[in-house]
Design a protein around this ligand. Structure first.
Ligand code: PMP
Length: 411
């Protein structure tokens, strides 16, 4: 059933929190439908970063002076707030990284000594390159085999095929929670249960999920969960690796140097405790402060209504798009997030995206870092509109008008 717009949700108030939205592109008001690539930042996030540098900045940990103590407190407070946000059992299960990509690389690198040539790693057809290439490289290093869980034509994981693929050689199952290209919400809990039945590790790529649904890593019971701050209304350059304590303990360090050590002599080094064992070098304190502020911002709005609004936009846009001749929607899963990928037969996505930009409509075009998925659909790319709670129904109408214009111009 289609979601309806809720009159109680005041999108104009929300929009006034996001200064970047208040601008014109090519003489028309900006319409930002590229939220899956990166979300915009509320004033509170921008101010928190600026205040951190104006008042609290110094290097973290070990400092005895006030600024270092304050910077350390701010950084560790962010970790606590992230742990609460995804319901991690312990703060030290949160490792702060550059983003989802670095978090996956960390795990795929640090698990190397536990993998051998008899082992199999499972991913799905719809993975982002960030959740393909690190595992390919692990397989090259170890001789393990990379196997791919197929999807059906709607863009849903084939759970029957998965039950055939998974076996006692499966050491790792790594899959995306919400596909950045198709919008599919994967049944990750069912996959995690299947993986556990053969004692395989699980990693969930939550880059597209955290901003749009409640995440409870204890209830999911995954071993690792990753996401990026910049897709959660926070700054770039900060992201999260959640790992169960025993899983993180079993990994070797990813990078070596300051912060990640307890004792160093020229002969040998003792590594630091969690989480510092995985945070070599000076971390991104301002990024952590900004990410905490983004989480606070989400806590200050009615998220149920916000998410309902996003899905109402999705449903409305989808119904309008389906009226356009020669359109094909790529990704029609039953359980979807507010992302729509489509192609117009015989027209190139980039040409359409360029004309939409003339009307100030920002959509993403191309393979969305999912080239194997494009191969699966035998296409080179799609046009992707991805919605946030600060978007409006009027903006969808402008996109549809601009799309009609683009099709007329190009046909
Ligand atoms: N996974 C998915 C599903 C994504 O959408 C993205 C970003 N497009 C990533 C991983 C990588 O995130 P980042 O570039 O922030 O590391």
């Amino acid at each position: 059933m289609n979601k309806e717009f809720n009159k109680m949700f005041d999108v104009e108030t929300i929009r006034s929190d996001f200064p970047i939205l208040n601008q014109e592109i090519n003489g028309s008001p900006l319409i930002y439908f590229d939220n899956a690539a990166s979300t915009q930042k509320p004033k509170s996030v921008i101010t928190s970063i600026s205040n951190y540098y104006k008042k609290d900045h110094s290097n973290v940990h070990r400092g005895v002076h006030s600024l270092s103590v304050r910077a350390t407190e701010a950084y560790e407070e962010s970790r606590r707030s992230i742990a609460q946000f995804i319901n991690a059992a312990h703060d030290y299960e949160i490792i702060l990284t550059k983003g989802s990509t670095e978090s996956i690389n960390l795990v795929a690198n640090s698990i190397t000594p536990q993998i051998n040539k008899e082992d199999e790693i499972l991913i799905t057809t719809m993975e982002h390159h960030s959740n393909i290439v690190p595992w390919q490289e692990l397989c090259i290093r170890t001789g393990a085999k990379l196997k791919v869980i197929p999807i059906n034509t709607n863009g849903e994981i084939d759970l029957n095929a998965l039950s055939q693929l998974i076996n006692k050689r499966t050491r790792f199952v790594s899959l995306v929670h919400v596909s950045n290209t198709l919008g599919t919400i994967n049944p990750v809990k069912a996959v995690i249960e299947m993986a556990k039945s053969v004692n395989a590790y699980t990693l969930i790529d939550g880059a597209q999920a955290v901003a749009h649904m409640d995440i409870d890593v204890q209830s999911l019971d995954c071993d690792f969960y990753v996401f990026s701050g910049h897709k959660l209304y926070g700054p770039t350059g900060i992201g999260v690796l959640y790992g169960k304590e025993e899983c993180l303990q079993s990994l070797t360090p990813y990078q070596y140097g300051g912060e990640m050590i307890l004792k160093v002599t020229f002969e040998e080094t003792t590594y630091n405790e969690l989480p510092h064992k995985f945070e070599a070098g000076t971390p991104n304190m301002a990024g952590a402060v900004g990410l905490r502020s983004a989480i606070d911002y989400l806590g200050s709005i009615d998220l149920d209504m916000a998410r309902n609004h996003e899905m109402a936009l999705h449903d409305y846009a989808l119904n309008q798009l389906l009226l356009i001749p020669n359109i094909e929607i790529i990704g029609t899963a039953n359980n979807k997030s507010a992302i729509i990928s489509f192609i117009i037969k015989k027209l190139h996505p980039h040409d359409i995206g360029t004309i939409l930009n003339q009307k100030a409509v920002a959509v993403r075009t191309g393979h969305h870092c999912t080239m194997p998925l494009m191969d699966h659909y035998k296409i080179s790319g799609t046009i992707r509109a991805s919605f946030s709670f600060y978007n409006t129904k009027d903006e969808v109408d402008v996109m549809i008008e601009a799309l009609d214009m683009a099709i007329n111009m190009l046909s």
